[in-house]
Design a protein around this ligand. Structure first.
Ligand SMILES: [Zn+2]
Length: 354
């Protein structure tokens, strides 16, 4: 394509004004399943050690319809790298994650996906501890600086279960003068650990300059939606919703404690999180139904967190009226050997036989 024919790449705010933005996440779980990331510490060393594997996941999610490539710097912060004795890899990891995201974005035909930088829960934040807050702030500052220098279109601050930590991240992102999408992860009790309700915290974050506020992770569609409705009521601007695609329930509102009696004796400690969540996985249609319902509720920024896979994203994109490249292979059961209805299928077995 020459310069004149090139499709102009719109920014996040322009896209939100025009319609829903679809953002696929869940890199940690997906790369762990594929054998490129260790569960437990969950440090994204894959960025440096197997960039081709990460690029492939980026590629698949864009192909399935994600409008965004989130650079994989989740848990790529100083505290995590220190915990595995590899602090020297911190800056190269962050810089390479942005480069990789851009390189996959550049492969796209048509309008290029947005590239988002990312900061997240540090797990060391403590309410009312100024020393810790200063440390957390400096961790955010360096990651945001590298993301901005790496050409991020906006920054996602996510999975904060303290309102205070989310505000700190937002302040740092705003200082860099780049749009912020800030999403909270709400524990089973329904409030953040520093006592704020999700809607109060989102109201504050919006007032303090977040372009998009909302929720990600911890909760599946069923137990996130009621909180999203309250947030939608409380705030004026765009709301984000990125549940985990797992069937959480009122009794077990988060994916940390889903009991599976069937596999109790083989799953270590009987704890299904994070390695034995498959029995609770939402299917692609449930994911699509969530996307549709969310948009109907007035939510503009929709996606999935841990557990997300390309087939969910394609179904969500199609539910939003899109035809991403992966739709070339969307299901067509008309020529299935048992269930097909096309006259070309020579049925030897009826579905009742099977
Ligand atoms: Zn998650």
């Amino acid at each position: 394509m020459d310069g004149e024919d090139e499709v102009r790449k719109r920014g996040l705010l322009e896209r939100l004004a025009a319609g829903p933005v679809l953002c696929a996440e869940g890199y940690l779980f997906e790369l762990e399943r594929r054998g490129y990331l260790q569960a437990g510490t969950f440090v994204p060393e894959v960025v440096l050690q197997h960039p081709e594997a990460l690029a492939q996941v980026h590629r698949e999610l864009v192909r399935a319809g994600s409008d965004v490539i989130e650079a994989f710097t989740y848990y790529g912060h100083r505290e995590k790298l220190r915990s595995i004795g590899k602090e020297h890899l911190l800056e190269p990891l962050n810089r390479q994650a942005l480069e990789l995201a851009h390189s996959v974005a550049a492969e796209t035909e048509g309008e290029a996906p947005l590239v988002a930088g990312n900061v997240a829960n540090t797990n060391v934040y403590e309410p009312g501890a100024p020393d810790v807050a200063a440390e957390v702030r400096s961790m955010f500052e360096e990651q945001v600086r590298w993301a901005v220098e790496g050409g991020a279109d906006y920054i996602i601050g996510e999975t904060f279960y303290h309102a205070g930590e989310a505000r700190l991240a937002l302040e740092v992102i705003r200082q860099a003068d780049i749009p912020a999408v800030v999403t909270l992860a709400v524990p089973a009790g329904g409030e953040l650990l520093d006592g704020r309700s999700p809607e109060d915290a989102c109201t504050i974050l919006e007032e303090e300059g977040a372009s998009v506020v909302g929720l990600n992770c911890f909760r599946g569609p069923a137990t996130m939606m009621p909180l999203l409705r309250r947030i939608r009521e409380a705030v004026a601007g765009p709301v984000a919703a990125l549940p985990v695609p797992y069937r959480t329930t009122e009794e077990h509102p988060t994916f940390f404690a889903l009991p599976d009696p069937v596999s109790d004796d083989v799953v270590p400690g009987g704890r299904t999180f994070p390695l034995a969540l498959e029995p609770f996985q939402c299917n692609r249609f449930e994911s699509a139904a969530f996307a549709e319902a969310a948009v109907q509720e007035g939510i503009r920024y929709v996606g999935l967190c841990c557990g997300c896979a390309p087939h969910h994203v394609r179904e969500m994109a199609e539910a939003l009226g899109r035809t991403p490249p992966a739709s070339e292979y969307s299901p067509d059961m008309s020529k299935h050997f048992v269930f097909g209805t096309d006259p070309s299928v020579r049925h030897r077995a009826a579905s009742t036989d099977m």
